[in-house]
Design a protein around this ligand. Structure first.
Ligand code: SAM
Length: 228
């Protein structure tokens, strides 16, 4: 069964507690990773930026502040997440738009940069989305992706896995009042591509200069690349 409708319903349900849960679950680190995403997107001046799966809008707004004279679209298929973004950032000139990342309503080669945080783990086929992103990027345009990633084998891996299996669903129940949504986060992270495999998918979609950096004991990865 396609993931889309269930994912959309889940984010619609947790939208109003999403930000608080993020801050607690990541021990306040999440904004640092988003700033790194915008740094790697290298946006400045008169550029067009698309932040997909924008959720409550943090990456879109950071990009908007960076490219003061450009145009930033924050797009998501959850109306409630977009509503939260609009409420949080009333004064920011981001254009909030509803769309599905599998089938983007934008013309070929229309953006200088496309960013997305925690999108690919939620779609049926990462390659379909990456090809769509490639299509809408201008030649030379940059893609930057932030997501969770399965932890590598290391001394800390058992602790990290315990946090994912028990800590996050418990926090989800206490803070977001939705244990299932955060049990889903754990499941989808542990089943997601390892960072190197995801980098290979970026290359398969056509991107060059692909690289990545991991954070938070190897459980978060930021990947980047460009359309040649
Ligand atoms: C975990 S939130 C991330 C929000 C934001 N990027 C951040 O950094 O906090 C994932 C978002 O992806 C959106 N999403 C998931 N699948 C999508 C799809 N196929 N098309 C558009 N948005 C999608 C969800 O609605 C949700 O808002």
């Amino acid at each position: 069964m396609a993931k889309g409708p269930a994912v959309q319903k889940m984010f619609d349900a947790i939208a109003c507690r999403y930000d608080l849960m993020n801050r607690v679950m990541t021990m306040g680190q999440d904004q640092r990773w988003r700033r790194f995403v915008v740094e790697k997107a290298q946006v400045s001046g008169q550029v067009r930026v698309l932040d997909l799966a924008t959720g409550t809008g943090d990456i879109a707004v950071l990009a908007c502040r960076q490219c003061t004279t450009g145009m930033v679209i924050g797009a998501d298929f959850s109306q409630n997440m977009l509503r939260e973004a609009q409420k949080r950032f009333v004064d920011e000139p981001v254009s909030w738009q509803a769309c599905d990342a599998n089938c983007l309503p934008y013309q070929d080669q229309s953006f200088d940069a496309v960013t997305f945080g925690y999108l690919l783990r939620n779609v049926d086929d990462s390659l379909v989305v990456l090809r769509e992103v490639f299509r809408v990027l201008k030649p030379g345009g940059r893609v930057v992706c932030l997501d969770t990633t399965p932890p590598d084998r290391s001394l800390t891996a058992p602790l990290v896995r315990m946090y994912f299996r028990f800590g996050i669903p418990l926090l989800g129940r206490m803070i977001a009042r939705d244990k299932a949504a955060y049990a889903y986060l754990t499941g989808s992270t542990l089943e997601f591509h390892r960072a190197e495999a995801l980098a290979a998918l970026f290359r398969e979609a056509g991107f060059g200069g692909v690289g990545y950096r991991k954070f938070m004991l190897g459980t978060i990865a930021v990947h980047w690349g460009s359309r040649g």
